[in-house]
Design a binder for this molecule. Structure first.
Ligand SMILES: [Zn+2]
Length: 280
């Protein structure tokens, strides 16, 4: 009797999980892509704000040099204000994290964007920085984090259902432990994007930085820098959170050729005055 009852409960749970996942269809306003996302934009913003302190601590916390931090914030806000990203529901903040070794940048759902000193110090101008921030804004606009979380939620529902189906009333503690679900925050901190997400973030990055007046060749130069860094034996952390689809540079060059953009701003002097003089 008991086993039969838990099997039915498990089947109902799996069906509800599937319906929730597949019925939460929405068309992304910026990319036009149909997505399955069971998290609303205001929840994305709240989750991102909640996860940021832990994420920030992993990379040495926020930089103490306020001038550098303000400058990166300004560049990020310029891209948002002058591009299609301004039409979305997200609230952006741009942070510089103090870790000088790790070459990385990341975006949490809802608009918290960070770059490490390790990556910032490898750049030469504002257009390359706009490439980094444009790519990360692309992950936010593309809702890639929310998409991953919705998939994980669905997978957890199935795991939960399987746990209920295999529930043994004589050994309740083992299954209770198996059913423990990791918190949304720890999921965000270990978030990995897919290769397709990377290509989409690159394409959005080129588009958004171009709309904001930057020379889109900055994205090409950024990818060359990242590739050079990975030839030094130590793969930049950037490629573990942002898997390299391999043909990324080729795809970006194609996008740049197709949309040379109106932007000509490179901002080498501003980058020198606001970042490099503190770094070297
Ligand atoms: Zn990425």
């Amino acid at each position: 009797m008991r086993r039969g009852g838990s099997l039915i409960a498990a089947i109902i749970m799996a069906i509800i999980g599937a319906i929730t996942y597949f019925s939460s269809r929405s068309t992304n306003e910026v990319t036009g892509e149909v997505q399955h996302i069971s998290i609303a934009p205001d929840q994305e913003i709240a989750l991102g704000l909640q996860a940021f302190p832990e994420m920030s601590q992993e990379f040495g916390g926020e930089i103490s040099n306020q001038a550098v931090d303000d400058y990166v914030e300004q560049v990020g806000q310029r891209i948002v204000a002058k591009s299609d990203a301004a039409n979305g529901p997200y609230k952006y903040d741009f942070h510089v994290l103090a870790d000088p070794q790790t070459i990385n940048a990341f975006a949490l759902p809802g608009g918290q964007v960070s770059i490490t000193v390790g990556l910032l110090s490898k750049l030469h101008n504002e257009a390359e920085l706009a490439g980094v921030l444009g790519h990360e804004i692309g992950h936010v606009v593309g809702r890639h984090g929310a998409e991953q979380l919705s998939k994980q939620r669905f997978a957890q529902t199935l795991v939960g259902a399987a746990t209920i189906a295999s529930y043994n009333p004589d050994r309740p503690s083992s299954t209770v432990q198996n059913a423990a679900i990791a918190s949304a925050i720890s999921q965000l901190v270990s978030l990995r994007f897919s290769r397709n997400d990377e290509l989409e973030a690159d394409a959005l990055g080129v588009r958004l930085m171009g709309e904001a007046g930057y020379d889109v060749r900055g994205m090409h130069d950024l990818l060359v820098i990242l590739e050079q860094q990975s030839q030094g034996g130590r793969t930049p952390e950037f490629f573990s959170t942002h898997p390299d689809p391999g043909n990324r540079l080729q795809r970006v060059d194609q996008l740049i050729a197709e949309n040379p953009g109106k932007g000509t701003d490179v901002g080498a002097d501003r980058f020198q005055a606001n970042v490099l003089r503190y770094m070297r």
